[in-house]
Design a protein around this ligand. Structure first.
Ligand code: NCD
Length: 353
């Protein structure tokens, strides 16, 4: 049985990731052969937060498959502005569409939507938590450019605390043998504890460092990220962290000839424009591969007939300790608990009420 929804890439077995990645490779070779694969189907995109690539690559993917699209990219133009809750919005949109893509500022929002949507839900980013389809895009890019997903030394640099693409990518790559991570950030922007716990539990080797120059020469892949301004409590706190890591031509000279640079984009100032001309800069190709990854994902999810039941239990006496969890703003949601007593929506610790 497979998961009907994609909230966390780990909802799918690794073998299912591999078949989606293989399909993406085939689509990249001859996209025209896949036109019509989703004829008659409708994809809904519900974007409660800004997006360029994720939203438009999903829409492009569905249009290239011969399907159609509905949705909003500014909730203020929908009934959300009149006070409609997430449950009602996704219940209705799920009755109009065959598959739904949701981006939301609160952690666990896509999981919440999946309880009510009635159609498959894809998490296109839930606050600072996860971004599984960016990770699929990253895996497709690594398999295309490096020819493998294992035995890679991956440096992740920037806002490792709030960068949801970072959390999803570490979780995914920790399933493949021989990968190790070099986590490059200020002490304030290190990965959340739950991500560190996952690496520890899986015996994955990682180091946490503060200098990009010191480690760039050891890396197979450098994954740069933007400082996530919208997740900071104040502009002042953001400014204290901003512009600490800038990849420039000089630092690229310290890197191996076969190292590749990835970035989920958008870039602010963390990669100098001149680096774009270096053939090792692969972030624009990565964004293009995102369309093939999402075409493959939509085809796969629309053909999965056998949904897996919910794995979390209801825990009415507990509440989530993460103030950015969706359970704090959509109070009708049942509190879901994982077996390790973490929140079933956002992975943070639960506590007695
Ligand atoms: C990322 C996101 O939204 O998390 N962008 C994307 O989807 N490609 C990264 C970011 O916004 O920094």
């Amino acid at each position: 049985m497979g998961s009907k929804h994609l909230i966390d890439l780990e909802d799918f077995e690794v073998s299912r990731w591999e078949s989606i990645i293989n399909l993406a490779h085939n689509i990249a070779k001859a996209p025209q052969f896949y036109f019509g694969a989703c004829h008659g189907k409708i994809l809904a995109t519900l974007f409660y937060e800004p997006s360029t690539r994720t939203q438009l690559s999903f829409q492009t993917a569905m249009l290239r498959l011969g399907g159609r699209i509905i949705g909003f990219d500014n909730p203020q133009n929908s009934s959300v502005a009149k006070g409609e809750n997430l449950k009602d919005t996704v219940t209705i949109m799920g009755s109009y569409a065959d598959i739904m893509v949701l981006r939301h500022p609160y952690e666990g929002a896509a999981k919440a939507a999946s309880l009510y949507a009635g159609c498959p839900v894809i998490n296109a980013g839930d606050g600072g938590h996860l971004h599984p389809t960016q990770t699929l895009t990253d895996l497709v890019t690594l398999s295309m450019d490096k020819g493998r997903l294992d035995h890679l030394k991956i440096g992740l640099c920037g806002d490792l605390k709030n960068g949801r693409t970072v959390h999803s990518l570490i979780k995914a790559l920790s399933h493949f043998a021989g990968n190790s991570f070099c986590l490059i950030s200020t002490p304030e922007l290190r990965v959340p504890q739950y991500v560190r716990d996952i690496m520890d539990a899986r015996g994955v080797s990682y180091t946490e460092v503060s200098s990009l120059e010191d480690v760039i020469g050891d890396l197979d892949v450098l994954y740069m990220t933007r400082i996530q301004r919208e997740r900071f409590a104040s502009q002042e706190e953001y400014e204290q962290q901003n512009s600490k890591y800038i990849l420039d031509v000089k630092k690229m000279q310290l890197a191996r000839p076969d190292m590749i640079v990835l970035h989920p984009l958008p870039r602010v100032d963390e990669i100098e424009i001149a680096v774009d001309d270096d053939p090792r800069a692969r972030y624009f190709a990565q964004a293009k591969y995102g369309v093939y990854a999402r075409m493959a994902l939509i085809m796969n999810m629309l053909s999965d007939p056998d949904p897996k039941p919910l794995s979390e239990a209801q825990a009415p006496s507990l509440h989530c300790t993460n103030p950015r969890c969706i359970t704090h703003v959509e109070p009708y949601l049942p509190q879901l608990a994982q077996q390790n007593n973490r929140c079933g929506f956002c992975d943070h610790d639960l506590a007695e009420k």
